[in-house]
Design a protein around this ligand. Structure first.
Ligand SMILES: Cc1cc2nc3c(=O)[nH]c(=O)nc-3n(C[C@H](O)[C@H](O)[C@H](O)COP(=O)(O)OP(=O)(O)OC[C@H]3O[C@@H](n4cnc5c(N)ncnc54)[C@H](O)[C@@H]3O)c2cc1C
Length: 384
């Protein structure tokens, strides 16, 4: 029997890693199985657009994987047994020699947040879309959380539903991580869309009537939306893999779990030291490079080659502000803002190109066409 690589999750990270691994191991007898809970690839970067009522093209996973040796199984993973090296999905046990874990993240839990709306997953975005479609003129929308997702969601809703008063609440100063020109543009755009901002308010819990701040004030809303961060899928931590409080699995520079080196963890699920010694930001900017690193390292170990030393670095933060405006903040390798900023139509085109490139990249072998593998071996694999 060949070496069994089981990959969980066909999002940006998992799909990229699966295709890349298959390309690197073209001539070996490695079996690569990819399990995902749905048959299509979800452009999670665009879920705020889905929530605001826009229809997006669908991307069939079978098409995206055609011509590769990756076997796709559509099933929902419920558990990983990292000691027995098995995964249970839809009641069936799958054995593996190496696991690549890429189950992504969902909305961070917060008191009461289960009862309010969010757009962190496709199902949640569809529920919010239905609720917005039923919303009558004047219903108050509150987006709690002034990070990238909160800003994208608030502007998208305000642009598509000018009849709904939208408030964006944030713990700090709005856009305080941006360069001054980007922050000014953001404020102007929110003002133009009629979005009311509440800054310096710390949300402690949600209720069906709004969000309650640290000093007990209720920010009343007919439609409270949580954009208060992401939390990694809990399956890995439940399996006993060493994890951070965010649920992300602690990994080394090759994206291997520190506690279980036969498990690679990539994308939002990974807790890795990023540039500047800070943890990687949950984003495609870090998720896709982590997939290349893991696939490259695993392929090298299976073929007795030396892995190439890829590193994650950042280039930009591209924030849509509805369909007709955006702001692109260029950043240093360790994600600090540079003075360079793009706004308006040029930024809209830039952001759109990034989203399209994300889909293109999961369907192609990047960054370079790999050399065919020499011979299969498992000599570099951990004994456990
Ligand atoms: C509204 C919104 C806007 C965003 N905008 C940006 C942006 O502009 N730029 C940026 O870099 N990032 C952005 N992000 C974050 C980005 O989407 C994530 O960082 C990225 O999707 C992480 O990729 P991933 O492959 O780790 O996880 P995901 O893309 O979430 O993929 C996880 C995969 O696992 C599958 N899965 C989950 N649970 C199971 C299970 N139990 N069994 C089987 N399969 C399962 C899912 O269906 C999915 O296919 C945004 C996120 C949201 C919600």
């Amino acid at each position: 029997m060949g070496h069994r690589v089981l990959m969980l999750g066909a999002g940006y990270a998992g799909l990229t890693a699966a295709r890349r691994l298959a390309a690197l191991l073209r001539r070996t007898d490695t079996e690569i199985t990819l399990i995902n809970d749905r048959p299509d690839f979800v452009e999670r970067l665009r879920l705020h657009q889905v929530a605001a009522g826009q229809d997006l093209p669908s991307h069939d996973l079978a098409d995206l994987l055609s011509g590769t040796s990756v076997r796709l199984r559509v099933a929902r993973v419920s558990a990983v047994d990292a000691e027995a090296r098995t995964v249970v999905a839809d009641g069936t046990a799958f054995a593996y020699d190496t696991l690549v874990y890429a189950l992504g993240s969902a909305a961070a839990p917060m008191p009461g947040a289960g009862d309010v709306w969010n757009a962190a997953s496709p199902a949640a975005a569809m529920r919010l879309r239905d609720r917005l479609a039923r919303a009558g003129a004047g219903e108050r929308v509150l987006v709690a959380g002034g990070g990238l997702t909160g800003i994208e969601l608030a502007t998208e809703i305000a642009e598509s539903r000018p009849d709904l008063p939208v408030t964006l609440a944030t713990g700090g100063e709005l856009g305080d991580w941006l360069a001054p020109a980007a922050q000014r543009h953001l404020r102007r755009r929110l003002h133009h869309l009629g979005i009311r901002t509440r800054e310096g308010v710390r949300i402690e819990r949600f209720t069906p009537d709004g969000a309650v701040t640290g000093d007990g004030t209720l920010l009343a809303a007919d439609l409270p939306i949580a954009a208060t961060g992401f939390r990694a899928n809990p399956i890995a931590a439940a399996a006993g893999l060493d994890a951070a409080p965010s649920g992300q699995v602690a990994v080394d520079a090759a994206m291997r779990s520190l506690s279980h080196p036969d498990v690679y963890v990539i994308g939002d699920a990974a807790w890795a030291n990023g540039p500047g010694g800070r943890p990687l930001r949950m984003s495609c900017s870090s998720g896709m490079p982590t997939a290349w690193i893991a696939a490259g390292d695993l392929a090298a170990r299976l073929t007795d080659r030396r892995p190439s030393r890829l590193r994650v670095r950042y280039f930009h933060q591209a924030i849509s502000l509805g369909r007709s405006d955006a702001v692109v903040q260029f950043v240093t390798a360790d994600d600090r803002p540079k003075r360079a900023v793009l706004t308006g139509p040029a930024a809209v085109r830039y952001k759109e190109a990034l989203c399209r490139t994300g889909v293109w990249a999961v369907a192609h072998d990047l960054p370079a066409r790999p050399k065919p593998a020499k011979r299969p071996t498992t000599s570099g694999l951990p004994a456990r």
